[in-house]
Structures are given as structure tokens and as C-alpha cells.
Design a protein around this ligand. Sequence first.
Ligand code: GTR
Length: 363
Amino acid sequence: MFIQEKLRELDLPDVLKFKNGAQVKTLEDWEKRRDEVKQIIQENMYGVLPPRPLHLRAEEINSDAGFCAGKATLKNVSLISTFNDDDIFSFPVTYFIPVNRKSVPAILLINFRSDVPDKYLPAEELIDRGYAIFTFNYANVTSDTPDSPDGIYRNLNKHREKSKCIGKIACWAWAAMRVMDMIQSIGCIDKRNIAVAGHSRLGKTALLTAALDDRFAYAISNDSGCCGASLERGKGGERHSMITATFPHWFTPKFVTDISKNAEIEFDQHFLLSLIAPRHLLVGSAAEDSWADPMSEYLCTCKVNEVYALYGKKGLEHPDRAPVPGDSFDDGDNHYHLRAWKHYLSREDWNRYLDFMDKYVNR
Ligand code: GTR
């Protein structure tokens, strides 16, 4: 058993063992252990996310009923959060919904830019495939630089001591959950088929978002790598010590100063991915993306099958070998593909994710 042997060699911490040493045997046990895992992953890496704000409302900025030859309606809104202390934070969200459809599946793409379309957001192709898209520019939520406690970072950390501050990945994930709050009130969206997607650092963000918010039925991680879908143990390319040196602001301070330097941490990234079960996990890797380490992303995706089994599900169905470029594993509840070439969210990646989602979407 090639994959099982590889996983055994990594000697990963057991996600199915409670902190008190008891073993998870049933689904009921897992539901309890799941709370511990949520806590471990937040306290040690991303920070503990606060609840939703006191009030949330969307203010329409403009609407274009003729988007893409009239095949979709596009809206720009400002999503406004009001907090207990009367502080207000707003950020722009763009969405477009194919017209003349009753129950439209949706994907929330957390993106690097506001442009629609964008190199990572092929708007018309996505409309043609019948999906609504919601998107925001992560930099409008809080800036992606160290020592910049701006935007929502300021609101969410206002009443916390420094060591307990949440990192920016958690801030972007919190914002994605607020978009999900807004989506709940849009009648034509199929609430059972909403995905959250992101590339690279925003793939890490998409995974955290889905791990903590069960309303997302699909988590799409494209080339998310270190602190995303890749396991720290045995990983090539970027490791904890490197990511925290360059991007300390993505994480909770405890992870940067302490945990990331310890080889024997009590968790690994399969803890994060396990929280997505029994919902769908879609992981895409690029063959030349050695910084993210495709094999590590693959092994982590295989590893969480043990959690899907508790739900009577298969997780990822895969052959017992390393993936090769062009592989796309689609038969189980989860998806993995390895694309040729470099770190990028390509049309080819989108097609793989949509082909998988299409299997579950009733039209
Ligand atoms: C890299 C970082 C990766 C990945 C990437 C990206 O520099 O080391 O973890 O997140 O940025 O987001 O493009």
C-alpha cells in the first residue's frame, strides 16, 4: 500500500484521538472531537475567530442587468458590519448571477484583485456553466503586509491582548463568512450548493472558511500549500519557519514566535481538512509548484478519508500511487487533480472543480 506507507512514514498526529488519549470510535465521538480540533487549529495557527457582527447589511452600489451580453446580472454592493461598540466596517463585494434560472449554485471566490473578469476569475465561462459568482478583493478587508493593523483586523482584534490577536487569514475567512450571511437572503441561490474557493494564500483562507462554516458545501483549495492543504511533516518547499518569517501577519503571534519553531506540534494540516467532512473537499495542485508541494497536498487529502469513513463516506477515491500531471480523481466524495505547469488558478483548474460540482448540482 504505497499511500498508506507514505502516510505511516510521516508519523502524523492522530486526529481521531482526544486530548485525554481516548480514541474516536463513532461518529458521535467525532462530533465531540471535532470541537477540540477546531479549537486546536484556531488557537495554534490562525487565531480564534469572533462571531458574526451585531448587524450586517448589504447596500447596493450599482447593478448591471446586461452583464456578459445579458446572460447575467452583476451587482456591486457594500457589505456593512456594525459591532457591539457601534464601530462600523464595510467592504465591497461583487456578484453576478446567471439570469432565467431558479436555483443557482454559487461559488465565493476570495481573490487578489477586484477586477471582473480577472485572470483568476473567468466570469463569462463560469456564467455559461450555470454558476453564480460572489467575489471580494482580500486587500479591501485588511491589507496583506506585516505591521498593518488596518481594516477588519482592527475591529476583530480591538479587545484582545496582543498574543491572542487573530491573523489576517482568519480576517479574510471572517469576511467570507459575512458574504455567506448575505447570500442566505438571495432567493435564487441554491443554498445546498455553495462553494468557497481561493488560490494560494487565499486557498488557505478558503479551507479555514469552510472548516469553520458548515454552510459551505464545498471547499476549493487551489495550490494552497504550506498552512493550507499541505502537511508540515515531510514537506518540501515552504515550511512553517519560512512562512512565518515572511508572512507573520497571517497567523496568531503564538504560532509565529513559538509553535512554528517546534517540529513536534500537536497537529498537522489534516486537522484542518478533517473539519470539512462530510462536505466536499476539492484540492488542486500544479506539478511545478514545488514550493507548495503537490505530493504533500495529495497525501493530506488522502489522509482525511479516515474521517469521511465515520460518516459512511469514501472521501477521495484514488489509485495507490503518486499522482501524475493530468490526473483528476473524481469518483468519491472529494476531488483531487494535478495540473501541469506552475502555481496559478487556471481555466483548467476551474473546469476540474466545476466538473466535480456538476455531479451534485440538480438543475
Ligand atoms: C507565497 C507563500 C505561499 C503562498 C503564495 C501566494 O509567497 O510563501 O505560502 O501563499 O505566496 O499566496 O501566492
